[in-house]
Design a protein around this ligand. Structure first.
Ligand SMILES: [Zn+2]
Length: 329
């Protein structure tokens, strides 16, 4: 497992206490500015209420009790690998310091991730289900980007900002997207039985509002073409407004997808089954997720933040007036 750049980061991290967010109103933090990102995260995770059971509400959502138990299991696993990888031992200490009123805010912490997931799911539903522009269709969209696969053991070399920029360029070029909220989803694809290797496959899953689904579909098809291992690079269907679907875009875990040759059928073909990540890959994923941080996994298009009495909110940045968009009134 190759781990670069994590050592310094881990050494400078300590669990932090809850304090008031210091981001000035009307200012959207720069992705490169770690202090700003920390402050925005403070705003999301500053309330212990987000860690409670009440705000999380969809079938299969983790309870606070299960999240706590998972955190203990994650710490145990990280400590075991910490004997070999210092970064894992250091992350285990950060997670171990996470407790009520003194949260670690690591994206690898099941308790903190659960609190953040509850916030982002609620924000996404609020944006997607607003009825200000009823002519828009909100679609659930999935994009598997073929050129960005990373070999197992080299996940830390995945260039997420580059991947985000590419996705935003395609959305902008389609001229059919009013806003988009996408989350990065990773899976470890094992295609050794098909004569290929084992690699991490990044995928973007999320929600796009469009007045022209046909133009969007066509732009996606020409930008993301099928390649070996990615036979269906993009798909979309109408979003049903459910928190369960929204939660899928911002899930904490990755899976191992094993592709195999299915000879039971009349026409032999390849099939895939999903299983849990093996322990070394899970540790690699946890370290990467911690490094990427919560907002690093989001791709926002024409979405901005707004500060209100109830805290940080996501909202549509700007929308052309109906008359200008239709161009005929
Ligand atoms: Zn935590």
């Amino acid at each position: 497992m190759r781990r670069t750049g994590l050592k310094h980061q881990r050494l400078s991290r300590k669990p932090q206490g809850v304090h008031k967010a210091s981001v000035p109103r009307g200012h959207w933090p720069n992705r490169q500015n770690a202090r700003d990102l920390t402050s925005v995260l403070d705003e999301v995770l500053c309330s212990e209420a987000r860690y409670a059971d009440r705000p999380i509400h969809w079938p299969g959502a983790l309870s606070s009790k299960v999240a706590k138990a998972r955190k203990i299991a994650v710490i145990k696993r990280l400590r075991r690998y910490g004997k070999k990888f210092k970064a894992a031992a250091e992350l285990a200490e950060v997670l171990d310091g996470c407790r009520r009123g003194h949260r670690c805010r690591s994206a690898s912490c099941p308790e903190c991730f659960r609190a953040w997931q509850g916030w982002i799911v609620n924000q996404t539903i609020k944006v997607a289900c607003q009825d200000t522009y009823p002519h828009l269709k909100v679609l659930a969209v999935s994009i598997a980007i073929a050129g960005c696969q990373r070999p197992s053991g080299q996940l830390d070399s995945l260039n997420v900002p580059k991947l985000s920029r590419r996705a935003r360029r395609v959305l902008a070029a389609s001229k059919a997207v009013e806003w988009a909220i996408l989350g990065l989803d990773l899976s470890l694809n094992d295609e050794r039985q098909l004569g290929r290797g084992r690699h991490w496959q990044p995928q973007l899953f999320g929600f796009v509002a469009t007045s022209n689904p046909k133009a969007l579909r066509s732009a996606m098809k020409s930008a993301f073409r099928p390649r070996p291992g990615v036979t269906k690079p993009s798909w979309m269907k109408e979003y049903d407004g459910s928190p369960l679907t929204a939660s899928y875009a911002f899930k904490a875990d990755a899976v191992l997808r094993i592709s195999y040759f299915d000879s039971d059928r009349t026409h032999p073909c390849t099939n895939t089954r999903k299983v849990r990540l093996p322990a070394p890959a899970h540790v690699e994923y946890l370290l990467f997720q911690d490094q990427l941080k919560f907002f690093g996994r989001l791709v926002l298009f024409k979405i901005r933040k707004s500060w209100r009495a109830d805290g940080l909110n996501l909202e549509v940045a700007k929308m052309r007036p109906l008359k200008a968009r239709n161009g005929r009134k």
